[in-house]
Design a protein around this ligand. Structure first.
Ligand SMILES: CC(C)(COP(=O)(O)OP(=O)(O)OC[C@H]1O[C@@H](n2cnc3c(N)ncnc32)[C@H](O)[C@@H]1OP(=O)(O)O)[C@@H](O)C(=O)NCCC(=O)NCCS
Length: 174
């Protein structure tokens, strides 16, 4: 169980790990562009660095004791006027089911409230993704509602459940 994760910026040397992670089923939906080659994985890492530089999004590798990336947690759509942002997460297939996403999301949330001084963090998951829902609840993201037929994949429309956590409202929201 990963209870004390380390978050760090993605590095050029992580490209092979990123490529492997995006080869898992459903992972194509987690990328802004296809990550289907080592070069594409390198570009994915470069875009993360550019977003960080621009102050628009912050993606972190969740790494183990050996500095091996197990997954990604990210804050995007940062709105400085309202103090809001969107969060997202994925983990490598081999790292799943041992608390990586939950520990990573908790650490990301603390960082976003403390370092970015944000007030409200939002996330959404398809209603047929119970693992993502469990991660959100365990990291203190309260369910706020259902967005009907918001996403379409392969011609099928999916409802999305919206969760959010406010600064100062800690703990799990089960
Ligand atoms: C969703 C995802 C990030 C979870 O990562 P993870 O590291 O395995 O998550 P954790 O181990 O921290 O927690 C998983 C939780 O989901 C639960 N879970 C896993 N599969 C489940 C299922 N089929 N039904 C119900 N709960 C499930 C686990 O029991 C655990 O909950 P618990 O802590 O209450 O026991 C990972 O599966 C993933 O990357 N999926 C593809 C990308 C994705 O869907 N990202 C989220 C988009 S909204």
């Amino acid at each position: 169980m990963l209870t004390q994760p380390t978050l760090r910026a993605w590095r050029p040397g992580d490209a092979a790990t990123v490529l492997a992670a995006f080869s898992a089923p459903e992972m194509d939906r987690q990328a802004d562009r296809p990550v289907d080659s080592l070069a594409a994985a390198s570009r994915w890492i470069e875009r993360r660095a550019a977003d960080r530089e621009a102050g628009t999004a912050y993606a972190f590798a969740v790494v183990d004791e050996a500095d091996v990336p197990l997954g990604n947690v990210a804050v995007s759509a940062v709105n400085r006027v309202h103090g809001t942002a969107w969060v997202s997460y994925w983990t490598s297939l081999a790292a799943r089911g041992r608390g990586t996403a939950t520990a990573g999301l908790r650490a990301l949330t603390d960082w976003a409230f403390t370092d970015l001084r944000l007030h409200r963090l939002e996330l959404g998951h398809r209603t047929n993704n119970p693992a993502s829902c469990a991660v959100a609840r365990a990291a203190g993201f309260t369910v706020e509602g259902l967005q009907r037929e918001k996403l379409v994949y392969g011609g099928v429309r999916y409802d999305v459940e919206l969760h959010a956590r406010l600064r100062g409202a800690g703990g799990a929201a089960r």
